[in-house]
Design a protein around this ligand. Structure first.
Ligand code: ADP
Ligand code: GN1
Ligand code: MG
Length: 374
């Protein structure tokens, strides 16, 4: 059965046959859509566990149009969960299928499903509330980076090839402009010009990698603020989630995504892009938190590009949203017809703001390094 997060169905009836494939503790009593992701479909299952204990699970339908090699993806996820589970007690844990697998495929629809233990006593936020929260999120992602430095078993699969290859993202945008399949290019001339004027930027991080100035690492690649769980009582960052894009990458991609989503003045799709700017106190908190836990693994070139990385990820995401708008909104889930355009404009406003604050951001990195003796 194909289901959509928006159609207001009887979730228990729809999801029960899927849930029945997994080794859950108890009977599913209730199910509902959950979270605000743009790619997968996420649901929470409420169960009557053994001895009447209430248990919750997260059930996800993997978007296999975006993730084309689901078994390879799940191999990555399983390896990373196992490794993190040895180091952190509350890390993300897969619930096996009844036959011991990590994922179940519905033979009738071709859909892929997986299930996680619900991480209780913690929450995610879509927007950072204060500097302490920004610092915690960065600390958790930095810890994730350093914990995966000794992941055994060889290179992870690239679940989406060239995911943060910003030059390729630029070329994809250029192709979408040329094709102009939905005759929308005329309406977004300013946004196209904005991206085209920054073509040279798209090669900077790739150049660092090609020259060996930064290393390839195991990175998360989607370090949005709502992909880290914060403890309800203490506010501590306790688990990094949404591991589909964990693969070989640059630490700067992770830090840049954090800057984009956690040092910004508004949400990524604010329809009023004039409200978007980089928040320097939040940027300072991110640098402090990230260096606290990942400082030992970052080299001088990485530290020198922490601010630029934020600009890069805002530009890359803005280009991706613009390309999707031009192609007729085929990739990201949208809630209204100009959603991708709003997202693009707001990301480009963030790019502009970071460009204006480049010097101040560089000074902040130096100040934090001097303070912690890094
Ligand atoms: P998406 O790819 O759609 O972003 P996520 O894996 O990030 O999917 O899940 C969406 C939301 O569901 C998260 O932002 C988080 O709030 C919640 N969530 C996901 N996994 C768990 C979990 N194991 N325990 C508790 N909440 C979770
Ligand atoms: C998508 O799945 P979600 O919502 O966490 C996207 C990210 C983008 C982000 C923009 C696999 O993330 O790359 O940065 O939207 N994930 C994928 O909000 O494309
Ligand atoms: Mg997510």
């Amino acid at each position: 059965m194909s289901i959509s997060a928006e159609s207001g169905q009887d979730w228990q009836r729809v999801l029960a046959p899927v849930a029945a494939e997994f080794s859950l503790d108890g009977r599913v009593v209730d199910a509902a859509p959950y979270g605000h992701g743009h790619i997968n479909e996420t649901y929470v299952l409420n169960c009557d566990g053994a001895g009447g204990r209430h248990r919750r699970y997260v059930l996800q339908k993997i978007n296999h149009r975006v993730f084309r090699q689901v078994p390879a993806l799940m191999e990555n996820v399983q390896r990373v969960c196992t490794h993190l589970g040895r180091k952190s007690p509350r890390s993300l844990a897969l619930v096996p299928t009844d036959d011991g697998g990590s994922v179940w495929r519905n033979g009738a629809t071709g859909d892929w499903w997986r299930c996680y233990d619900f991480i209780e006593g913690a929450h995610t936020v879509d927007q950072v509330a204060n500097e302490a929260q920004a610092r915690e999120a960065a600390r958790a992602f930095g810890e994730f980076q350093s914990q995966l430095a000794d992941l055994p078993g060889g290179r992870l699969h690239e679940t989406i090839p060239r995911f943060h290859h910003t030059r390729s993202r630029f070329e994809a945008l250029r192709a979408a402009v040329v094709a102009d399949e939905c005759s929308r290019a005329g309406e977004v001339r300013d946004e196209i010009a904005f991206a085209f004027a920054r073509e040279a930027d798209t090669d900077v991080l790739l150049g660092l990698l090609a020259r060996g100035e930064v290393d390839e690492r195991v990175t998360h690649n989607d370090t949005k603020i709502n992909n880290v769980m914060l403890d309800d009582a203490t506010g501590r960052g306790i688990a990094v989630i949404d591991l589909d894009t964990v693969m070989p990458g640059l630490a700067l991609y992770d830090f840049g995504e954090l800057v984009r989503t956690a040092a910004s003045s508004t949400v990524e799709d604010d329809p009023d892009s004039s409200r978007m700017r980089v928040q320097l106190p939040l940027f300072r908190a991110l640098v402090a938190g990230y260096l606290e836990t990942a400082g030992d693994v970052l080299n001088a070139a990485e530290r020198a590009h922490l601010g630029f990385a934020g600009k890069m990820m805002a530009l890359e995401n803005g280009m991706r949203f613009l390309a999707d708008y031009l192609q007729g909104d085929v990739y990201y889930r949208i809630r209204h017809p100009r959603h991708n355009l709003d997202r693009c404009r707001t990301q480009f406003a963030l790019v502009r703001s970071i460009e204006q604050e480049t010097r101040a951001m560089e000074r902040i990195v130096q100040e934090v390094e001097n303070r912690i003796g890094a």
